[in-house]
Write a protein that binds this ligand. Structure first.
Ligand SMILES: Nc1nc2c(c(=O)[nH]1)N[C@H]1C(S)=C(S)[C@@H](COP(=O)(O)OP(=O)(O)OC[C@H]3O[C@@H](n4cnc5c(=O)[nH]c(N)nc54)[C@H](O)[C@@H]3O)O[C@H]1N2
Ligand SMILES: Nc1nc2c(c(=O)[nH]1)N[C@H]1C(S)=C(S)[C@@H](COP(=O)(O)OP(=O)(O)OC[C@H]3O[C@@H](n4cnc5c(=O)[nH]c(N)nc54)[C@H](O)[C@@H]3O)O[C@H]1N2
Ligand SMILES: [Mo]
Length: 795
């Protein structure tokens, strides 16, 4: 592959690779935000992605096998596939097609490419440009003081890892990250190796995603998962969608919503933004959907203020209480409340104590509209509440989700058909990773089981999560960081601080399909280990292996790739773990790693021994549509630590959310053209933003009050914990968003998220609740950033 930069600096060691994409603007075009999702542009854009990414033949072949009973699981989101009928042509969405285009591209990055381009030079590219260089095709090593990655053999790579791990003072000086795509099989062997090695340091993408949901659900209902299934959506009365953007992030959910609506369901959308996918849907896989006007989705949109959800939910509960008093027993499910809950009287007292006007004001929603929501809910009891990052990434996200559960419990809307909780998971196997024990705070029973089955003593103390790993890298406690997928640098908060931590590592290792910025902000030595993707054939001993994953609703299903791997030097993730384990633990290990490498059936047999719900795993996983994992809460069989078979009503308190005159709250979201840190394209079509990512959405009145106009260039600042954080050069876009609220895209604004701005209880970065100031762009700002960039204090 050719060189990508002409003006190669003479002495590259002077230059620090950049932890952020370059601060440069493209040429922004804006249009009216769309009020409907999918349809013809969805299909044509899917095909366009394949062409642009040189993936037409490979990608086209893959698309037809995606999400089929005998195919592979879409690498994009975790929304489940229907278990009755699947479209014979294709069961995918526009963003699933983009995901395939990304990984099925026929472009490759070779050793020669790394020879031609230094790490520093690569860091000067945008994330979009880095992603479009192609697939990683052989293992690469960056020696101490090196400026360029060099090829390395797999054996030598594993020897390097073993050498570093074995010379650590304590196994706790290493951390093992997981992004949510890793299969059940690879996840299980991964955690097994890490625990036999001796640590529970398992930061994972859940720590930035649904940890808040898992934590809250586990403590309130006894299981850290939601209860609603796909079937529940088809026959229900009300679906509330809070802080989640299905049109972009789980487009296949729109088909379920459409089916529900046809059967009479009403939808209430709670979101500061009028997201297209919450408004109307045209099914791209049906002629009627493509040509017709589309189906109305939300019957009521409540443009809540950022972090106004708790006040809104309390207001709804107060109004429902009025109805209940008028018609006792008709609004609240008194039977469920009596038999299955504790704390009802206290909750009612609290609800009564609020002033409705104040709640309405805090939520940013008109009283009339809250009344409408309460009326829609009052005499219905088949209610599903879905939520996403809009709730989990709030500092008081645990309280907000507790209030969601209060509402469901009052209505008895749990553990019956057409009702329940639905945290909409992100990555395709993020839920399976946890079930497979990728968990920095495993239960003692889970560890006992590992000990019983394998005979080694797994470490018993909790390990580091993402935020604690970043702190530990900065204060020298973590020296080796291993990533199973993902893009740790760009996905995590406080980019400068995180980069500072990564640079102090002795060794950073990434198992990856594509190059990303984490490879460029590395430890003193670094390894890139390329692996096969979900769509590729995993051949072991001449036998086509399959893997399995658990979707967002707890169904385990198999997945079998269809494409020839992009290079014959790729190794699958399970083998990478086994070979790393053999190299590191040697004859000390009590696990037969070769057995696992020879057949994934044996991995599944051992999963069955250790984890409840996987009886006859190897047989049941091959059933059409897979199998459900047990979920007590779904049958009203609650098992909570404090209250046994009852669930508690929670008393939560309202947040303060005080802002000064020049402060705004900022939520970071995804565009329609990205998958987390992977930037597929530069548009955010549904929101009417084209060819630019460095934009800040603001309310018209705020723009005027601050003396700006739409299109102005500004710099964004955050001053948490007395540190000045700067994200320079953004363009103001006037948008229908509540006053004092702003929205930007991540990863560009992660630099503004303090490592201390976390969710109470789950320790997740609160990346939808960032206090910012907005100032006119200062062209001299870069000197200031360079000056302060790497001098941040450790804490
Ligand atoms: N195409 C595509 N699909 C994806 C992903 C992707 O990046 N691209 N990522 C995957 C992953 S890992 C995940 S976790 C999911 C994420 O999917 P979502 O949960 O939909 O994630 P976000 O886009 O971060 O934001 C969700 C919504 O929260 C709203 N919001 C912000 N603040 C608040 C608030 O205070 N209250 C309320 N009610 N709403 C608020 C925003 O306006 C936005 O619409 O998607 C998964 N699927
Ligand atoms: N400010 C802000 N920050 C956020 C969020 C937010 O809303 N706002 N969202 C958070 C959320 S919900 C999440 S889940 C995290 C995501 O954090 P991560 O999961 O760490 O990030 P991704 O961007 O999904 O990872 C992309 C990389 O994964 C690798 N990859 C892709 N497929 C495979 C595969 O099959 N195998 C392997 N080994 N590697 C693969 C590729 O190299 C690619 O570059 O980001 C979080 N960060
Ligand atoms: Mo996520």
């Amino acid at each position: 592959m050719e060189k990508i930069m002409d003006n190669k600096p003479k002495k590259q060691t002077d230059k620090q690779p950049s932890a952020e994409p370059p601060y440069k603007l493209l040429s922004l075009r804006t249009g009216k935000p769309k009020d409907w999702a999918a349809g013809i542009p969805g299909v044509t854009n899917a095909i366009k992605s394949l062409i642009n990414d040189k993936a037409l033949i490979r990608g086209g072949k893959a698309l037809f096998k995606m999400n089929q009973f005998d195919g592979f699981d879409c690498p994009s989101c975790g929304w489940p596939d229907p278990d009755d009928e699947r479209s014979p042509i294709a069961e995918y969405c526009e963003n699933g097609a983009k995901a395939i285009a990304e990984e099925a591209t026929s472009k490759r990055i070779t050793a020669n490419f790394f020879k031609e381009n230094s790490v520093y030079e690569l860091s000067q590219l945008t994330d979009y440009e880095i992603g479009h260089l192609g697939r990683l095709s052989e293992p690469m090593y960056l020696p101490k003081g090196g400026t360029h990655y060099e090829p390395i053999s797999w054996d030598n790579a594993f020897a390097k890892i073993a050498e570093h791990l074995n010379k650590l003072e304590s196994p706790d000086n290493a951390a093992f990250y997981t992004s949510g795509r890793t299969s059940n099989e690879a996840s299980f062997v991964y955690q097994l190796f890490v625990r036999e090695f001796g640590t529970n340091n398992f930061p994972d993408c859940s720590n930035m995603c649904h940890e808040t949901s898992g934590f809250t659900l586990a403590s309130v209902t006894g299981i850290g998962k939601g209860t609603a299934t796909l079937k529940d959506f088809y026959d229900t009365d009300i679906i509330m969608i809070i802080g989640q953007n299905p049109g972009t992030n789980s487009p296949r959910m729109l088909s379920a919503l459409e089916k529900g609506k046809k059967n009479g369901a009403k939808i209430i959308a709670v979101n500061p933004l009028p997201e297209a996918g919450l408004m109307k849907f045209r099914d791209p896989q049906k002629i009627s959907g493509v040509l017709g006007k589309g189906i109305q989705l939300a019957d009521l949109h409540l443009p809540v203020r950022i972090n106004g959800d708790l006040a809104l939910l309390k207001a709804i509960e107060q109004l429902l209480l009025h109805f209940e008093k008028e018609t006792p027993g008709k609004v609240f499910d008194q039977e469920f409340i009596n038999n299955k809950t504790v704390g009802y009287e206290d909750l009612i007292k609290q609800i009564e104590s609020y002033d409705l006007d104040e709640l309405a004001k805090a939520s940013g929603i008109l009283k009339e509209d809250i009344q409408k929501a309460a009326e829609m809910l009052a005499y219905k009891n088949r209610i599903i509440i879905c939520w996403g990052m809009g709730l989990t990434q709030q500092p008081n996200g645990v309280d907000i989700i507790k209030e969601v559960l209060n509402l469901l419990f009052l209505k008895g809307s749990i553990g019956k058909p057409g009702a329940g909780s639905c945290p909409v998971r992100g990555h395709s196997n993020v839920q399976g990773n946890r079930t497979m024990l990728i968990n920095n705070h495993p239960s003692q029973e889970q560890l006992d089981k590992l000990e019983e089955v394998f005979g080694f003593n797994p470490p018993r103390e909790n390990g580091y999560d993402v935020v604690d790993t970043i702190k530990a890298m900065n204060n020298g406690k973590v020296k080796v960081h291993f990533s199973m997928g993902g893009n740790f640098l760009s996905a995590t908060p406080d980019t400068t601080y995180t980069a500072n931590g990564l640079r102090q590592l002795d060794l950073s290792v990434s198992v990856s399909t594509k190059l990303n910025r984490t490879h460029l902000i590395h430890g003193k030595e670094a390894l890139i280990l390329p692996t096969i993707s979900k769509s590729e054939i995993d051949m072991v001993n001449g036998e086509h292996q399959y893997t399995s994953a658990e979707n967002a609703m707890g169904i385990v299903e198999w997945s079998k790739g269809v494409l020839k791997p992009i290079s014959d030097k790729l190794i699958n993730e399970t083998h990478i773990v086994c070979r790393m384990a053999k190299a590191t633990l040697g004859s000390k290990s009590v696990v037969d790693w070769d057995r696992y490498m020879n057949s994934y059936d044996t991995v599944r047999d051992d999963i069955e021994k250790c984890i409840p719900g996987f009886e006859n795993y190897n047989i049941r996983v091959k059933q059409k549509g897979g199998f459900y994992l047990p979920n007590g809460a779904r049958e009203k069989n609650f098992k909570t630590k404090e209250f046994g078979d009852r669930v508690p009503f929670s008393l939560t308190s309202l947040p303060e959310n005080k802002l000064t005159e020049d402060e705004y709250l900022m939520a970071t979201v995804r565009t329609h053209d990205q998958f987390n840190t992977t930037i597929y394209g530069l548009n955010d079509r549904y929101r009417g933003v084209y060819n630019e990512r460095r934009v800040v959405f603001m309310n018209k009145n705020d723009i005027e009050k601050a003396g700006f106009k739409s299109g102005d260039k500004v710099d964004l600042y955050n001053y948490d914990d007395n540190t000045e954080r700067i994200a320079p050069l953004f363009i103001i876009v006037e948008y229908p968003i509540p006053e004092k609220n702003t929205v930007t895209y991540f990863p560009e604004t992660n630099v503004l998220v303090s490592i201390h701005n976390t969710v109470k209880g789950s320790n997740m970065p609160a990346s939808k609740h960032i206090k910012i100031k907005i100032k006119k762009h200062n062209p001299d700002i870069y000197d200031k950033i360079d000056g302060t960039l790497y001098k941040r204090s450790n804490s």
